[in-house]
Design a protein around this ligand. Structure first.
Ligand code: NDP
Ligand code: PMR
Length: 396
């Protein structure tokens, strides 16, 4: 259970490939607790190495050696044409991993893979052939708010800029009969998919403000299944946040319900509700911060990536039948690679810079601004969700 895992092994790791074996603020090693009193030392050289990864990748202005006026312009260009630095949560598999690869191989992005399983993320990056100078794995367990705060600290100490953040990680527990909980006692799906990301994104806003990148973006992955204005969104159980009474009560299944709307626990509904929260949060960020910060906030449905780890807890028959069902019947299927390229577009394509948008793709893979359901675009609900979430994660 996340509660136990997060309490027993509150580790924060940030290890560049060149510095394998060096751990920062580490109280656990690959999930196994170190003996009391033995803690790996923070290594300043590690952070120097990390900074180099971004600055070495700076795209040099072509006009650097011409007349002074041009030189001045080119130094401005140098400032903004450096490699971008993007944090992607849950980049150890599926969509996040595919997007990490897509962005890293452009040579224009350094990807911080923010993952709960350090070894898995390293191996995934290696097996996809992502060049070591283009990524760094940092430990982040969204099911623990302490871990979220530790991640932010570690990221800040790396002194890498924050140019884009992708809130991608998620859990889906469709067969669970009883709720499980995060370290702070929130139902696991909403706690991880929404509350963990809410705290992360809120804390990292300050880091965004320091970035000189020309197009800063904060992306929260949504889904069609949270939108009841679609066929997929009408497959029971349907998403419904109600009046947020369960969330306001702490989502802990003790004093209050473990479901946002106060109903009995249903794992599939909890996931869909969490996706509604993701899409509402993106819009509330846009309303509160787009003008002030220039950050573009966006959400997306990348298509049905029917073979990812998201369905690991579903019954075996579902996992066999779901991909052909999506390929040949709904025609909503996309490969991990295609979905990763779509997410990478939302991170970096200048034509997808509009803020407050929920992106989707049509059958010819052209992007378009999609309509959200009534609930997923309810501004009053978004405001209330923001305020209740702030209280739960300790920001208000
Ligand atoms: P995967 O299961 O492949 O990826 C989910 C990622 O989230 C994994 O890397 C997983 O880590 C990580 N994760 C889970 N819990 C935590 C946690 N507590 N802390 C940190 N990371 C965590 O699924 P997908 O790639 O399909 O899902 C990615 C996103 O895409 C999700 O937001 C999902 O809602 C969305 N989506 C997916 C669709 C699909 O058809 N698959 C359709 C629409 C949206 P680990 O590897 O350690 O398990
Ligand atoms: Mg769906 C155009 C129709 C369409 C699309 C695009 C999806 C996507 N689904 C569609 C239709 C249907 N689904 C229909 C008609 C059915 C009833 C047979 C159906 C069933 C179904 C199940 C049982 N679908 C599912 C499940 C899941 O467990 C998945 C889920 O809800 O995960 C939360 C799922 C999905 N269908 C999708 C997509 C993208 C998913 C999963 C991923 C997600 O929303 O994040």
């Amino acid at each position: 259970m996340a509660l136990q895992a997060a309490t027993l092994f509150p580790s924060t790791r940030c290890i560049s490939k060149e510095n394998k074996g060096i751990a920062i603020k580490e109280t656990s090693l690959f999930g196994a607790a170190l003996p009391a009193g033995i803690k790996a030392e923070f290594s300043p050289s590690l952070y120097k190495e990390l900074r180099k990864k971004v600055s070495n990748g700076a795209i040099r202005a072509q006009t650097a050696a011409t007349a002074p006026a041009v030189n001045q312009a080119s130094s401005e260009a140098k400032k903004t044409l450096r490699k971008g630095c993007v944090v992607i949560t849950g980049a150890s598999s599926g969509l996040g991993l595919a997007a990490a690869k897509s962005l890293a191989e452009t040579g224009k992005w350094h990807v911080i893979m923010a993952c709960r399983n350090f070894l898995k993320a390293e191996q995934a990056a290696k097996s996809l052939g992502i060049a070591k100078e283009n990524y760094t794995v940092m430990h982040l367990d969204l099911a623990s708010l302490d871990s979220v705060r530790q991640f932010v600290e570690t990221f800040r100490r790396s002194e890498m800029p924050l140019d884009a953040l992708v809130c991608n990680a998620a859990v889906y527990l469709p067969t669970a009969k009883e709720p499980t909980f995060t370290a702070e006692g929130f139902e696991l799906s909403v706690g991880t998919n929404h509350l963990g990301h809410f705290l992360l994104a809120r804390l990292l806003l300050d880091d965004f403000k320091k970035s000189d990148f020309p197009q800063k973006r904060l992306i929260i992955v949504g889904s069609i299944t949270g939108n009841t204005n679609t066929l997929a969104g009408n497959v029971p159980p349907k998403a419904n946040l109600g009046d947020l009474r369960g969330l306001a009560g702490g989502l802990n299944g003790v004093g209050s319900s473990s479901m946002i709307d106060g109903s009995d626990f249903d794992g599939a509904k909890a996931y869909k509700d969490s996706k509604v929260c993701n899409m509402l949060t993106m819009q509330e960020f846009h309303r509160r911060y787009h003008e002030e910060t220039g950050i573009s906030f966006a959400s997306l449905y990348p298509g049905c990536i029917a073979e990812t780890g998201l369905f690991r807890n579903h019954i075996p028959l579902f996992r066999i039948l779901f991909p052909p069902f999506q390929k040949y019947i709904t025609k909503g299927y996309v490969s991990e690679k295609e979905a990763g390229d779509r997410l990478a577009q939302v991170v970096s394509d200048p034509s997808l810079s509009k803020s407050g948008v929920y992106w989707s793709w049509n059958s010819t893979s052209a992007s378009f601004e999609n309509q959200l359901s009534k609930e997923a675009s309810d501004a009053e609900k978004a405001r209330k969700l923001w305020e209740v979430s702030e209280k739960l994660v300790g920001l208000a």
